[in-house]
Design a protein around this ligand. Structure first.
Ligand SMILES: *[C@@H]1O[C@H](CO)[C@@H](O)[C@H](O)[C@H]1NC(C)=O
Ligand SMILES: *[C@@H]1O[C@H](CO)[C@@H](O)[C@H](O)[C@H]1NC(C)=O
Ligand SMILES: *[C@@H]1O[C@H](CO)[C@@H](O)[C@H](O)[C@H]1NC(C)=O
Length: 233
């Protein structure tokens, strides 16, 4: 019986490690500082790696994360997202950070990250946060400075600054490229747009409300032309 359990454990472990390779793989070398030109590079993991002997401490240092993003916009929040383009030393390390600034009432709207779980750390302010699981159970709470909140991979989540002062939080991700899908944009802001009638039915809305939402969320003029064309049928 023991050996059966042992075998099962081995199988599960093997399964877990093969599943893990669906995410950022473990680095094949100490580091792979991302560069764009082929002359001094080797090709690993989709980006070129700088010749390790040419890497410097600057490749692993990012200094401007104390600067708040400008929250003077419709949502009242600004997310400063790093990537291997701005922070090349993190290439292949399976980690990245974002800074999120919120004015009072500022909203980080419902969104999800297809490739990473997240830990949100509140540095200043008071945030109402939550995520919904695939059973539509909402896990929500209020966070104060020093609090952390874990957001499982792929779950739709949001934050709102419910305090009277500006808030700032730092989000760390278990991928160098977590990806970002805003729910409203994925529904009302696609290019070309989804036909408004089925959206009206799906969301139990008047079709004119859907068209209005599409006008608001469509980013490009091309997509707006599509909406104009769609609304004729
Ligand atoms: C976020 O802040 C940066 C830096 O101030 C600014 O360049 C950018 O336009 C802001 N983004 C939004 C959506 O307001
Ligand atoms: C690589 O190219 C991207 C996109 O053109 C650019 O934003 C980035 O600064 C470049 N990175 C380096 C390390 O040269
Ligand atoms: C799903 O949510 C319902 C309530 O909405 C709850 O009764 C049920 O236990 C939940 N199931 C799981 C698997 O979490």
């Amino acid at each position: 019986m023991k050996s059966v359990h042992f075998l099962l454990a081995c199988v599960l472990l093997a399964l877990a490690s093969s599943l893990a390779s669906a995410y950022d793989p473990n680095p094949l070398q100490d580091f792979c500082v991302a560069i764009n030109n082929t002359e001094t590079g080797i090709f690993v993991n989709g980006k070129l790696c700088k010749d390790p002997t040419l890497a410097t401490v600057d490749d692993f240092t990012y200094r401007r994360f104390n600067i708040p993003g400008d929250t003077n916009n419709q949502l009242g929040r600004n997310a400063t997202r790093l990537s291997v383009d701005t922070f090349p030393g993190v290439n292949t390390l399976g980690i990245i950070l974002a800074r999120i600034d919120y004015e009072p009432g500022g909203v980080n709207p419902p969104h999800f990250h297809p490739r990473a779980s997240e830990i949100l750390h509140v540095q200043d302010g008071t945030l109402y946060v939550g995520f919904a699981d695939s059973n539509y159970t909402l896990f929500s709470t209020i966070l104060y400075p020093g609090d952390l909140f874990a957001i499982p991979l792929g779950m739709v989540h949001f934050q709102v600054n419910i305090g009277k002062t500006d808030a700032v939080a730092f989000a760390s991700f278990g991928s160098q490229d977590p990806g970002l899908v805003n729910v409203a944009n994925a529904v009302f802001g696609t290019n070309p747009p989804i036909k408004p009638e089925p959206l009206a039915r799906a969301f139990m809305l008047d079709v004119n409300v859907v068209k209005d939402l599409q006008e608001k969320f469509l980013s490009s003029d091309l997509a707006k032309k599509h909406v104009a064309a769609c609304s004729t049928y």
